[in-house]
Design a protein around this ligand. Sequence first.
Ligand code: THU
Length: 136
Amino acid sequence: MDDRQLVELACAAREQAYAPYSGFSVGAALLDADGRIWQGCNIENAAFGPTVCAERVALFKAVSEGVRSFEALAVAGGPAGESIAAFTAPCGVCRQVLREFCSDGFRIILAAPDGETRTFTLGELLPQSFGPSSLA
Ligand code: THU
């Protein structure tokens, strides 16, 4: 599984996005330590607050199946019904939720049109973070 394939799976997951309020569709593909892929899309809600991002849907699917170890995540976003528009980075809440299960070196691949990607580590996107070890 290379980064390009992971991005393609994020784009495929994006097709399932339920985003009638923002009109912004996001897909995520999470690679676990055993090479399995967990896909997610954003799922909005009329009450707005319960909306869940694609990244957390993917992560929670994995964790709920007993998976705790992860390698990388690809994210693809853009206006619903259109091809991906720009680099969509995980929101602050998703970064913190990822922090619970992923190390500083966990890779986050952001997709853009024409196959371009930008890759960051979780440590870069959430520096000086508070995580499980902070409570040890
Ligand atoms: N969204 C995600 O799913 N992931 C992100 O990384 C950024 C934002 C969703 C939440 C909401 O449904 C829509 O995009 C607009 O914020």
